[in-house]
Design a protein around this ligand. Structure first.
Ligand code: NDP
Length: 498
């Protein structure tokens, strides 16, 4: 990008040459957009009974991509009925037969990987190198992984007579639209459940492309249904009487509403909610590696990541050198067109999210934090926010307590490992944590004390379908991924005999 030179700090210019990057845009020709997308119910795209449609836009350009059906309660009811009808046969299919469909879906995602990646980037604003190298391959990997379990449930839960629960209602967010659909669908289908999935309002298109793949894989009609819409569509799904289980990923606020709504109904529930993870750098940490992990931890996907390392805790002796390295690295991040293969930080997903980030950042300045942003030129249209660091942050500041869900890092310091533990756990959340140190014994000592579902050591944001992921406290409960991710979709004999 031509403006990269403008961003380089003078300190950086003195120490190393500044490279110009030629534009490297990914073509959008591979994506064939429809003008309008209906609801995926009973194996077909159908017009909404509600008669309502909404627009989905590209957050990098504010251009309308397509109109999408808004499912009302009547549409949600049709989708749940379709799932219930399909359940009778699907739950009785041998696991090896169910696996065949999952393998087909996985292979189709791989074959159409570029199309999925470009569409994900257009609809959500994330850099193409992330949708291409992370979201889409991981989505395929989830289907492959759970296809492998479909005929081995008796081995996974010996003598516990694993049986499908029935119909699952699944509500997903906008930060990893296709990947979250895969996290939800693959274990549900492998265990013999049928599904009604509600994608987020701002990012429905890859789920709808997935509906094409599902049809081409000849999955029996009604096994997967996709109802698009906003919060009220999700609420209608959660409230529907004939749903057996709700799986939700999104904000803690909505997670609490859902928990209250279904209390006493007997519906099963898993919640994967917000986070405010501590990324902890000790004085013996390999600083250059740590810088890469810290940058990836907070600026990956514009910080729209529930497990983002949004609080950096630095041991005092290395605070100054680490801060300097972080500032230098920030200058080299390329912010802009998400379809450019060189882009590191793309567009903020929506105007509403941008406003939320701006409000929290303003509170950080008001409360006495010291803000640092690189000098980058932002595109004129679309929703953008500069990668941002805050120092002089205290634990009571809102930017140290609330989930910003944007490219904003709050930096605090500590002196002793015990203080690091206290500060890291001083949050209502408990989703993830990172530890940077050369000492193996310290990694184990710290990991034991972190109240977090995932603890990364000398790395961050590593995901794998075989690893369980989930939280404690206000980050929710239940695990997705791994063998543990099967359990929420199964009735298991508690006495251990089938
Ligand atoms: P929400 O929790 O509102 O959205 C998550 C999903 O739930 C979306 O599909 C949403 O629909 C749906 N939904 C909204 N209200 C209800 C309801 N009452 N019942 C059932 N489903 C509902 O998150 P937002 O998109 O509003 O983001 C707000 C904040 O939440 C962010 O700023 C961020 O801090 C946090 N967040 C955290 C995520 C995480 O993974 N931890 C993911 C997303 C957001 P729709 O999008 O169409 O409104």
């Amino acid at each position: 990008m031509a403006n990269i030179a403008k961003r380089a700090s003078s300190a950086l210019e003195e120490s190393q040459p500044v490279w110009e990057y030629a534009d490297a845009p990914e073509s959008t020709e591979i994506v064939k957009l429809e003008d309008r997308y209906g609801l995926f119910i009973g194996g077909e795209l159908v017009e909404p009974k509600s008669g309502r449609w909404f627009e989905t836009i590209n957050p990098a350009t504010e251009e309308t991509l397509a109109e999408v059906a808004e499912a009302g309660p009547e549409d949600v009811d049709l989708a749940v009925r379709a799932a219930r009808t399909a359940s009778t046969k699907w739950r009785k299919l041998p696991g090896s037969e169910r696996a065949k469909y999952l393998y087909r879906i996985a292979r189709q995602i791989q074959e159409r990987a570029r199309e999925f990646a470009v569409l994900e980037t257009m609809d959500g604003g994330k850099p193409i190198k992330e949708s291409r190298d992370v979201d889409v391959p991981l989505a395929a990997a989830h289907f492959f992984y759970y296809a492998g379990w479909a005929d081995k449930l008796e081995y996974a839960f010996p003598n516990r007579g694993p049986r499908p629960i029935g119909v699952a209602g699944q509500v997903i967010p906008w930060n990893f639209p296709l990947l979250m659909a895969a996290w939800k669908l693959a274990p549900a289908l492998a265990t013999g459940n049928t599904v009604v999935l509600k994608p987020a309002e701002t990012t429905p298109l890859t789920a709808l492309l997935l509906s094409q793949v599902i049809r081409e894989a000849e999955l029996p009609p009604g096994v997967v249904n996709i109802v698009t819409g906003a919060g009220p569509t999700g609420a209608a799904l959660v409230e529907h009487d004939d749903i057996d289980k709700i799986a939700f990923t999104g904000s803690t606020e909505v997670g609490k509403v859902i928990r209250r709504t279904i209390a006493g109904t007997g519906k099963r529930l898993t919640l994967e909610l917000g986070g405010k993870a501590a990324n902890i750098a000790f004085e013996d940490a390999p600083l250059d590696q740590a810088v890469e992990g810290i940058i990836n931890g907070i600026f990956f996907n514009q910080g729209h990541v529930c497990c983002a390392g949004s609080r950096l805790l630095v041991q005092e002796p290395v605070f100054e050198p680490l801060l300097e390295k972080l500032k230098d690295r920030l200058q080299t991040l390329r912010v802009g067109n998400p379809l450019d293969k060189n882009t590191d930080v793309g567009a903020i997903n929506s105007r509403a999210q941008l406003e939320k980030i701006e409000e929290l950042v303003a509170s950080g300045v008001d409360e006495g934090g010291e803000m640092y942003q690189p000098e980058c030129v932002l595109p004129e249209r679309g929703f953008w926010f500069r990668p941002t660091l805050f120092t002089k942050v205290s634990q009571s500041h809102r930017i140290a307590r609330e989930e910003i869900f944007g490219p904003v890092l709050s930096i605090l310091t500590f002196r002793t490992p015990a203080e690091a533990v206290e500060k890291a756990n001083n949050t209502p959340y408990g989703l993830s944590a990172g530890i940077w140190t050369e000492k193996g014994s310290r990694i184990l000592w710290m990991a034991e004390r972190m109240k977090a579902g995932v603890v990364w050591a000398n790395t961050f944001n590593r995901f794998d379908p075989t690893s369980p992921f989930g939280g404690y406290k206000e980050s929710g409960f239940g695990r997705e991924g791994g063998l543990q991710g099967l359990e929420p979709y199964l009735d298991l004999d508690p006495n251990g005999s089938s």
